[in-house]
Design a protein around this ligand. Sequence first.
Ligand SMILES: [Zn+2]
Length: 461
Amino acid sequence: MRIQFLGGVDTVTGTKYLIEANGSKVLRDFGLFQGRRKESRELNEAMPVDVQAVDAVVLSHAHIDHCGTIPMLAKHGYDNPIYATRVTRDLCDIMLKDAAKIQEQDAAYLNQKTNRKGVEPVSPLFTMEDAEAALKLFKGTGYETITVAPGIRASYIEAGHILGSAMNVFTLREEGREVRVGVAVDLGRRNLPIVREPELMTDIDLLIMESTYGDRVHDDAKEADDQLCEVVQRTIDRGGKVLIPSFALERAQEVIFHLASLYSEGRLPEIPVYVDSPMADKITQVFHESMQYMNEEFHELQAKIGDVMRPDWVTFTSSVEASKKVTSSKDPCIVIAASGMCEYGRILHHLKHGIENERNTVVMVGFQAAHTLGRRLVEGQEEVRIFGDTFKREAEVRSLNAFSAHADRNDLLDYVRKVRPKRVCLTHGESSQRKALAEAIQAEKLAEEVIQPGRGDSVDL
Ligand SMILES: [Zn+2]
């Protein structure tokens, strides 16, 4: 029995593990590598496993770095089940089709650009057809325990990360031996809006855990309300617009939740909110249909105001015309638009029209990777380039650090203290973060061994 780490170990993207027991092979996640273009393309293109030999896929959640290359399994002939919670399945239907569309558009754009130079055309990593074939293999589960292959059972437990997210406990049986492997990747945090708290695991031999923030402590998630309230109030007081670059999945809905909470308490006047993202609109619909998986706080607010996800003051602007109207309007309002790091999408139009107005505020509610426009704004650059033109940054830029869906260093250490596994294996983190967390676990003697695998490494069970 063993587990092999095919990706997402000393980086936060491309998570995919192969679990082997009793002659069965099961993949846990099959995520997209993201980062430098050429390097990620090569990593994503190389199939690290013989898909014909895989009996099942167990998927944790609908973030692209965990599910984004699942269509490639279908492309290579995989036709066994892909198990995911029913919410994750529904979200993947949106996320994977969108990923396929981006793949096809990117390839077409590159080919159009390089055609004249006589360069060999590139093909998309996968197509819409591949995504649709993969989606047909999805089997929706509850938070329950199921046999996924002979000798391998998988429990789905609440990860408290995004809606529908699950951690897994794999119970492996071979020749009379039983081993329990817990996978806390991704692990959420306490006090997040909408989602429930992460659940604990018991009797774990090997705990595989993320280390994204192995050396960082976030502001308490409970402070998100106050942080958002303060910056929105200041902006509307001076007659400006609040522009919020946001991921379409979860973060956009979290911002709506916080605003609903602030409006219901009378802490902010009910100024209009535009969610300018067709994808966020579709995803919010899935949230709307999945309320049984939401936390108590959500249900209390729902009982108080009626419809938290689609209140009267929120307009989802799906059409381009409606979007343009919001962009050109000068009235105070809040705009939530993708992409979260200002790399593409409608947020760019809002920034183009709003960045030079000192009354406006750009509010960052997510991680901003190096070399993105979002990062440049956070770093306080005075001039930024949008659609090839240079703009003077006059708007205020504010980062709200209470927003994060990942456990921080304290949450991670606390999880190990409570689960008390025999061994810990750290993945899903840049090496400095991972090393810092490993040292802390060792210093407290929380496990007999702390493993930090490299890509391709295996751990025997
Ligand atoms: Zn995630």
